[in-house]
Design a binder for this molecule. Structure first.
Ligand code: GLC
Length: 541
């Protein structure tokens, strides 16, 4: 599964923002790469307060991305190439520019229209304090006070994200009905499914109880302590059971994928029970340290948790919300995931990062289940860690009081051609975020057909994954020295060396694919994954 972030994939009209016609023109790249499906981040009409995750109209295309006819054409063009398409559904909140929110503001404190959102009177004298202590994921309070139609300061509304993203009230039947209708609208147009944004957030604890500010407010509480009142409430599951019935009433295979920052793996697995969603992003995997014990633990736990509910496990290393893994994996092992890196932060080593990223990707592509790729990782793109602060657009930067750089560094338009303006992203120089000069060396045309390039490592990995049916296989762990993971999936043996020293290939093993060159003496160096055909049968652990 390949994630397209439309703003940054390909720009057909030269305004510096990627668009749907740009995607259509580049679909053959995805066929050549060898993916099965794409997931498109939002392209709906939106004020772009959060790069389109603030939706003003769920049934249309924003003019910056094209027209509705382009969406239809994209679906048809993908289908004719055998690619499935998932679109992004944003049900936790609308944009503040959505007609419902306009009606809620106009209706005043007693109006019925307010009930579709989470409006409350404030606390303290004159209601001047927010109704509770919840913090926005992007920083600052999760509440904003409105000015009532009579001009006086009035109620507050809840927004777990930006002020431009008021949370919907999922207790209301009309909210539920509206989203079933939106699902049908896109299913009727031919989409193969939905990636469901903030799937763990829709239902809030009824009393909106205070919650001490969390360091990682988007995550669940881990294995200990109370569950946050805004995340992973049991009530969300009823919504997904309803949606599943809708999808099942359509012909063919249609799927729901949960974006749910929920831990531990067993709680996440609840989202993919047989009558709910089909898959859920495995962020515990994304966040696991680059060490043999940590990777062994997360892989085993993930496989067990999804097996318990009969769902495919998923794997993901990068997306539009996190540091690209070619940069993240160069941070000292065990560093908590930073929210953006700026020019005055320590700069991670790009050579080390790419080496580990390629090893991590080949490890991921050898695992059973669904692997999710993020545009540009097939080129080995690093995070843009020296983006000028004045060009930042992620609301995190302003809302955190400039404490967190945010996510722009992983969203920079991607390079196609080393020597073209905007590296082939668009017809001219324009690019909504500045591209770093080193983009030329990562451009697709510098890597295509070049043995050992990151692109060719991905392409061969994806081809073999398909041929060897790794996605529907199983993991059998094999004995290995400390610092090395070694397992079998079907006819393939997979070895990743996390240790400090090179390791010998198992006796008689034949090399099928590798994330990087072996040592001259044939040993597997540190931070390299190899795919092997068995030699002598080693004992199973
Ligand atoms: C999800 C999206 C992220 C967005 C947030 C609010 O986490 O992936 O980009 O900012 O939801 O919609």
């Amino acid at each position: 599964m390949y994630q397209i972030y439309p703003r940054s994939f390909a720009d057909s009209d030269g305004d510096g923002i990627g668009d749907l016609p740009g995607i259509i023109a580049r679909l053959d790249h995805l066929v050549e790469l060898g993916v099965d499906a794409v997931w498109l981040s939002p392209f709906y009409p939106s004020p772009q307060a959060d790069a389109g995750y603030d939706v003003a109209d769920y049934r249309d295309v924003d003019p910056i991305f094209g027209r509705l006819a382009d969406a239809d054409q994209l679906l048809a063009a993908a289908r004719s190439r055998g690619l499935r398409v998932l679109v992004d559904l944003v049900p936790n909140h609308t944009s503040s520019a959505h007609p419902w929110f306009g009606a809620a503001l106009a209706a005043g404190p007693d109006g019925q229209e307010r009930a579709r959102y989470v409006f409350r009177d404030g606390r303290g004298p004159d209601g001047a304090e927010p109704p509770n202590d919840w913090q926005s994921v992007f920083g600052g309070p999760a509440w904003t006070r409105v000015t009532e139609p009579d001009g006086r300061p009035g109620q507050w509304y809840l927004h777990l994200f930006d002020t431009g993203q008021p949370d919907l009230n999922w207790d209301r039947p009309e909210v539920r009905a509206e989203f079933v209708d939106i699902l049908r609208y896109w299913l009727d147009r031919g989409v193969d499914g939905f990636r469901v944004d903030v799937a763990h957030g829709l239902v809030k604890q009824a009393d909106l109880a205070d919650w001490r500010p969390q360091d990682e407010p988007v995550s669940g509480p881990g294995t200990e302590g109370p569950r946050p009142p805004m995340w992973d409430q049991d009530g969300v599951h009823e919504i997904y059971r309803d949606w599943r019935r809708v999808l099942d009433s359509y012909p063919g295979e249609r799927i729901l994928v949960a974006e749910a920052w929920v831990q531990p793996a067993e709680r996440l697995a609840a989202y993919v029970r047989p009558d709910e969603m089909h898959q859920a992003f495995n962020f515990e995997y994304l966040e696991a340290s680059w060490s043999a014990p940590a990777q062994y633990a997360v892989i085993t736990r993930s496989l067990a948790a999804s097996a318990a509910v009969g769902a495919p496990t998923t794997w993901v290393l990068s997306n539009h919300d996190v540091l690209r893994h070619a940069t993240r994996l160069a941070l000292p092992v065990g560093t908590p995931r930073p929210r953006g890196i700026g020019v005055d932060d320590p700069q991670p080593d790009p050579v080390l990062g790419l080496r580990r990223a390629r090893a991590a990707t080949l490890l991921m592509l050898s695992l059973p289940g669904s692997a999710y790729l993020y545009q540009g990782e097939e080129l080995g793109l690093p995070e843009h860690t020296t983006l000028p602060d004045e060009s930042r657009q992620d609301p995190t930067w302003a809302r955190s009081g400039h404490a967190e750089r945010g996510r722009d560094g992983c969203r920079v338009p991607i390079p196609w051609e080393a020597d073209a303006p905007s590296y082939g992203f668009g017809p001219g120089d324009a690019s909504w975020l500045p591209q770093p000069t080193l983009w030329a060396e990562y451009a697709l045309d510098r890597q295509r057909g070049v043995p050992g390039s990151t692109y060719e490592v991905y392409r061969t990995g994806l081809r073999l994954r398909r041929e060897l049916r790794l996605g529907t296989g199983s993991v059998y762990w094999l004995e290995s020295p400390d610092g090395v993971l070694y397992f079998r999936n079907g006819a393939l043996r997979v070895l990743t060396n996390f240790g400090a020293d090179p390791v010998e290939l198992p006796a008689g093993a034949e090399l099928v694919h590798a994330s990087g060159p072996l040592d001259p003496d044939g040993r597997v160096p540190t931070d390299v994954t190899v795919w092997l055909r068995p030699g002598d049968e080693p004992g199973e652990a």
